[in-house]
Design a protein around this ligand. Structure first.
Ligand code: MF3
Ligand code: CO
Ligand code: CO
Length: 253
């Protein structure tokens, strides 16, 4: 397998990249309200990352045209910032990936706009818990299937579904690397986790069907996705360092 553990120095750099990405999401808290456009959110995130000496990893990534991904309501992921105005009751995932000193830090969270319905609040809460259940399943030399199993178990018990074709990934000197981290699976199956390598855990949780519809982004090979039934979707993402005793979450707020 091609996964190499990070050195102590590399872990320090990874920690810095992840700190900036996490702080960007926190910085956005006071701005992501009814009336703002997703384009304005994108610019704010870019300004913040620049102030901290980092660049957005998204801009130019396989031709992706913006600094962040902003996925509103039925958009599952990779929503492209534009003139869309957020309104009362919306839910939005903002996904930030910073790049600094050779390393990538990747994290996303949901923001709830004004009065969000109880059903959508529950969806958002479930997505956050699903991510955390997945992370808690990480053990040194465990398997990606351990993470997916716990994630999917939690989500399906709540009556929701997990998206199967998109998921987490290795991250470090490369934005997206091995292993694929599914939001479903079997304990002890999938790829081996490697101590002192980083992965993301980022389950996409759908209210209704797990099926998604793929759309092209002009000028890019990155796709964005909607739920196939138009019901809403939620996602939270952390970058996590697998250690020799367990794990450390590098993108805590
Ligand atoms: N940050 C996303 C992830 O969690 C990837 C975005 S790629 C982009 O993996 F090109 F759409 F920005
Ligand atoms: Co990611
Ligand atoms: Co991300």
């Amino acid at each position: 397998m091609g996964i190499k553990p990070l050195s102590r120095e590399e872990i320090k750099k990874m920690t810095v990249a992840c700190r900036i990405a996490a702080d960007t999401l926190t910085y956005l808290d006071k701005y992501v309200k009814a009336g703002i456009t997703t384009q304005e959110i994108d610019d704010l995130a870019n300004d913040f990352m620049q102030t901290r000496g980092a660049k957005s990893a998204c801009l130019g990534y396989h031709g992706y045209p913006k600094y962040t991904c902003t996925s509103v309501n039925e958009v599952v992921c990779h929503g492209v910032p534009d003139s869309t105005v957020l309104k009362d009751g919306d839910i939005i995932n903002v996904d930030v990936t910073s790049f600094i000193d050779g390393f990538f830090g990747d994290t996303s969270k949901m923001y709830m706009i004004g009065n969000v319905s109880d059903e959508h609040r529950d969806l958002v809460e479930t997505a956050m818990m699903a991510r955390d259940k997945g992370i808690e399943a990480i053990t040194p030399n465990g398997y990606t299937g351990d993470i997916g199993f716990e994630t999917n178990k939690y989500v399906t018990r709540k009556g929701y579904t997990t998206v199967k074709e998109i998921g987490g990934h290795g991250v470090g000197r490369i934005f997206h690397e091995e292993p694929f981290v599914p939001s479903f699976g079997k304990k002890g199956k999938g790829d081996r986790l490697v101590p002192f390598h980083c992965i993301t855990v980022e389950p996409m949780v759908n209210q209704g069907t797990e099926e998604v519809v793929e759309y092209n982004i002009h000028g890019s090979s990155v796709k964005y996705y909607h739920t196939a039934d138009g019901l809403w979707s939620a996602q939270f993402e952390h970058t996590v360092l697998v250690t020799d005793t367990g794990y450390e979450i590098l993108t805590l707020p």
